[in-house]
Design a binder for this molecule. Structure first.
Ligand code: PLP
Length: 441
């Protein structure tokens, strides 16, 4: 299916909802253009005026199986008819254990594993933060510039994405130090990958760990194997492997935040697998339950050694969410992960064509259906062009494509993992036409 726009945008019914939203909803939300969903079907999201859009945002990389996948809805219905909630904190139920067993089997972590369920990505990060301090008895944490780990106090303390996310909320949780991520397109040291001697890693091992923090006081390093909100940045394998080595050497836990990159989006279940990375703790959420609020951390039995009562959540691991997650896993494992790899490769090569065509398309990178396209002023300076990026997003919206930005100046391709080649091609034609209207080649 492809989009169909039948009214002016936004249409009258859409406008009425947005007006009410402005009256009653918190002004902190970040809406880039006026899209209201009335119903969704696969990769198509339709507004109240009947305009059908191709959804390349998937509810911010959440609806892995597309909108309201019939098998996911059926599994949820069946569970909803049995019981909606019991609280996995105080009682047992089978579906939660079955999901935990499945996630434990899949996670690239050594040894026997255990799972803690949450309701969101931030809560998963929060749980990993607490577990890291609890398990190691250490206080300090390392995270990366550009990282996004969520907006609750602990997760926000690890986040270093945009100042607006922190302004007015201090003091945050103490003990976090941010260091450069391996962004080879915009190397902080103005070096070139291959001859850089991994200067970003060395900064951590040779400067931070000798001048600012004793590594023996560090509980964990939090890293996104592919930086998400920061701009869909893919680091070299040596970077993640180097972090692993540093952690192992100093007894630090390596926490992979796979909230955005996990659940088959990159063509493997966990992005860590592309880098042969074995973390100590993995954080999951977003795509895990096709849109139902669920998150999880997975760690080895040895690492997850907190005691009775030390951490819990009333709603975490809700049975209807677990049913959605189990069906999502069936679909992702059997077909969608392979589709993400195949269509992602095609999409990336077509987007590379836009980079060859337009001076403003500076860089295309990603894995599977996690692809970023960086918009710049020109290829000589590679200066970020956030204004143009924003206009491109609006131009796509007018053409029936829902797509979001990430990082200061990148376009984020995070469609449902079910998309077809035809839909991928539509997105590229759409963005090509939106750019073509705004700039000369
Ligand atoms: C890598 C990563 N971690 C954590 C979060 C926070 O997740 P949530 O918005 O569900 O709290 C996000 C959200 O974008 C994310 O991308």
């Amino acid at each position: 299916m492809l989009p169909k726009i039948i009214t002016e945008l936004p249409g009258p019914k859409t406008r009425a909802i947005i007006e009410k939203d402005q009256r009653y909803m918190s002004p902190s939300y970040t809406r880039d253009y006026p899209f209201v969903i009335a119903h969704g079907d696969g990769a198509i999201a339709t507004d109240p005026d009947g305009n059908a859009f191709l959804d390349f945002s998937a509810g911010i990389a959440v609806c892995a199986t597309g909108h309201s996948h019939p098998e996911v809805v059926k599994a949820m219905h069946e569970q909803a008819g049995k019981f909606l909630h019991m609280s996995g904190t105080d009682f047992y139920y089978e579906i939660q254990v079955v999901l935990a067993e499945r996630l434990a089997r899949l996670a690239p972590i050594e040894g026997k594993k255990k799972v803690f369920f949450t309701n969101s990505g931030a809560e998963a990060v929060e749980a990993a933060f607490k577990l890291a301090r609890y398990h190691t008895g250490r206080t300090q944490l390392i995270a990366f510039l550009g990282a996004f780990h969520g907006r609750t106090m602990g997760a926000l303390s690890l986040t270093a994405s945009k100042v607006v996310q922190k302004r007015g909320f201090y003091p945050l949780v103490p003990g976090v130090v941010h260091v450069p991520y391996a962004n080879c397109y915009r190397c902080r040291y103005n070096l070139v990958y291959g001859s850089c001697d991994m200067a970003c890693l060395k900064f951590l091992s040779e400067s931070v760990f000798t001048r600012t923090i004793d590594p023996e006081n560090v509980a964990a390093i939090f890293v996104e194997p592919i930086q998400g909100e920061g701009g869909y940045i893919v680091p070299p394998k040596e970077f993640l492997q180097g972090l692993r080595d540093l952690c192992s050497r100093h007894g630090i836990l390596l926490v992979a935040d796979e909230v955005q990159s996990g659940m088959g989006r990159t063509g493997k279940m966990f992005a860590s697998e592309h880098f042969e990375l074995m973390p100590d703790i993995i954080c999951m959420a977003k795509g895990i339950a096709s849109g139902m609020p669920l998150g999880a951390i997975i760690a080895s039995e040895n690492t997850m050694n907190w005691v009775y009562g030390s951490h819990a959540s009333t709603f975490g691991g809700n049975p209807v969410c677990c049913a959605a997650a189990l069906k999502t896993l069936d679909l992702v494992e059997s077909q969608l992960m392979a589709n993400a790899a195949k269509i992602g490769e095609h999409l990336k090569s077509r987007l590379q064509g836009l980079a060859d065509k337009y001076e403003c398309v500076g860089n295309v990178r990603g894995m599977g259906l996690m692809i970023g396209m960086e918009i710049v002023t020109d290829k000589k300076t590679n200066n970020p062009n956030p204004e143009l990026r924003d206009k491109i997003l609006t131009g796509c919206f007018k053409r029936g494509l829902l797509i979001l930005g990430c990082g200061p100046n990148s376009v984020r391709f995070a469609p449902p993992l079910i998309i077809t080649k035809e839909q991928a091609d539509f997105s590229v034609d759409c963005i090509d036409s939106a750019i073509g209207e705004l700039v000369s080649t």
